[in-house]
Design a protein around this ligand. Structure first.
Ligand code: NAD
Length: 374
């Protein structure tokens, strides 16, 4: 059984799907490991370290795909990479389970593909939860980017030259990324408030020392939808969204930094910060829109661009985990390793436990069929 790790080719991607630490563990489990030369370089994992851990270095991606039984990826294979896939090969990565076209292409290539983002949010799946491991990093980095772009301090300072007020940070969406953004902004000394649709988020927000922006429910329907499903939010009724927009606009006017992270699986991101709200914000304030790739929580943010509109800087980087490449890779590689335990036997040979709840949920293509409805 040969496990192969190619270099990621998407522009700006620094991450790699295995680190010397996980290679060593895979080798100990009996599997052979091949890695494309230079695959870990952008996240500072060097070829020598992989070789010491027991990996065989392979010069090109074509060589690697030609030999590997299992390919470990970060990003879904681009069309150039799909040309190298072989029928029967197993591909594991963040394969965009809602991208119907991408899944069809994987099915057409004849591979058995596992999209780790599709893992159920159950306790047993926590150690392989790539959405959590990477969103945590995105939430942290979002605050650092905002702090960098903001022309003032975040903490309150009392100096001989006078007092500096603490920055006010608003976080919209308090899932994994939002909660880490709250924690990071608090550590930097900001005054933080946050909103989420799910009632469970209130306690989590408050336990981090932030204020919960409460949008009270007015009907049983609103209360029921807000519970979400499987830990995820559902689209809220228009009346609730309108009341939330009013409150968010009020809070954003007072804010110096707004971090938006609100997502609903498989749907465009909800619009939470309108252009009118941006117009009413203070000059020099900063918005980081982590939902930009899915349409954005603010209609003015642009993917992979920093734009200034109405005096507000909008940061729309789509791949924040890649900016913390070493740790993002380390955590992702451990997620992948934990998933591999479900499809390898004790000798390191392929033994896909198809009836396993996590394996079944992650499998997106098999035997030339898409096995998940996107
Ligand atoms: P996500 O990235 O899908 O969405 C981010 C946040 O946006 C969510 O908290 C969501 O409720 C919120 N949101 C959606 N619409 C909104 C709106 N109109 N206004 C404000 N907020 C809105 O979510 P996520 O970060 O992946 O996490 C969702 C939940 O799953 C969290 O409670 C998290 O703790 C939980 N979780 C559980 C496990 C587990 O048990 N294994 C693992 C990871 C996460």
């Amino acid at each position: 059984m040969k496990i192969g790790i190619p270099t990621e080719i998407r522009s700006g991607e620094t991450r790699v799907a295995a680190t010397p630490e996980t290679v060593k563990k895979l080798r100990a489990s009996g599997a052979q490991v091949m890695i494309q030369a230079g695959a870990g370089q952008a996240s500072n994992y060097l070829d020598d370290a992989y070789a010491t851990a027991g990996a065989q270095l392979v010069p090109t991606a074509a060589d690697l795909y030609a030999q590997a039984d299992v390919v470990l990826k970060v990003q879904a294979p681009a069309s150039d990479e799909r040309a190298w896939l072989r029928p029967g090969q197993v591909v594991i990565g963040m394969l965009n389970p809602f991208d119907a076209e991408g899944l069809s292409a994987l099915a057409a290539a004849g591979v058995t593909a596992f999209a780790l983002e599709a893992a159920p949010r159950i306790t047993r799946a926590q150690s392989l939860d790539v959405l959590s491991s990477q969103a945590n990093i995105a939430g942290y980095k979002a605050v650092l980017l905002a702090a960098n772009a903001y022309g003032r301090f975040l903490p309150m300072l009392m100096t001989a030259a006078g007092t500096v007020k603490a920055a006010r940070v608003v976080v919209l969406g308090a899932g994994v990324a939002g909660l880490q953004a709250i924690a990071t902004a608090k550590r930097l000394g900001a005054v933080v408030e946050a909103s989420d649709v799910r009632p469970a988020a209130k306690e989590q927000i408050e336990s981090l020392g932030a204020r919960f922006i409460d949008v009270p429910f007015e009907t049983d329907e609103e209360r029921e939808i807000a519970q979400g499903v499987g830990g995820y939010a559902r689209p809220m009724p228009a009346a609730w969204m309108a009341r939330q927009a009013g409150l968010v606009a009020e809070r954003c006017k007072q804010a110096d930094i707004v971090i938006t992270t609100a997502l609903i699986p498989g749907r465009p991101a909800p619009v939470l910060v309108s252009e009118d709200t941006v117009k009413a914000m203070k000059p020099g304030s900063v918005i980081v829109d982590l939902a930009v790739e899915r349409g954005g929580n603010c209609p003015l943010s642009r993917p992979d661009q920093v734009v200034v509109a109405h005096g507000v800087t909008l940061i729309g980087h789509t791949n924040l985990p890649a900016m913390v490449g070493a740790d993002a890779s380390a955590l992702y590689a451990r997620n992948v390793l934990d998933f591999l335990k479900l499809i390898l036997d004790k000798e390191g040979a392929l033994a896909i436990q198809r009836e396993d709840e996590i394996v079944a949920a992650c499998m997106v293509a098999d035997a030339n069929r898409v096995t998940r409805s996107a």
